[in-house]
Design a protein around this ligand. Structure first.
Ligand code: SF4
Length: 80
């Protein structure tokens, strides 16, 4: 799991650091700081809570698994 926090959107409300203190903190300006940009899966629940509670939608959870293009048209064409 990869986590980002958009400081330009952060309102310094503080929910993220309370929900996931090992992942988020605040800088001297009060805005969010990401402590761990790639937390382990054991942190997923608390990071999801932080994302959910963030009033400015500044927190995003990104998938780290390889992304494959969607297959269009079903099975591959083996006839050439
Ligand atoms: S919960 Fe959102 S608005 Fe509040 S400090 Fe964290 S990132 Fe900023």
């Amino acid at each position: 799991m990869k986590v980002t926090a958009d400081r330009s959107r952060c309102m310094a409300a503080g929910h993220c650091a309370i929900s996931a203190p090992d992942v988020f903190d605040h800088g001297e300006d009060g805005l969010v700081v990401v402590l761990d940009a790639e937390p382990g899966e054991q942190r997923r629940r608390e990071v999801e809570v932080a994302e959910d509670l963030c009033p400015s939608r500044a927190i995003a959870i990104l998938r780290t698994a390889a992304v494959t293009a969607p297959q269009e048209g079903g099975a591959p064409d083996s006839a050439g």
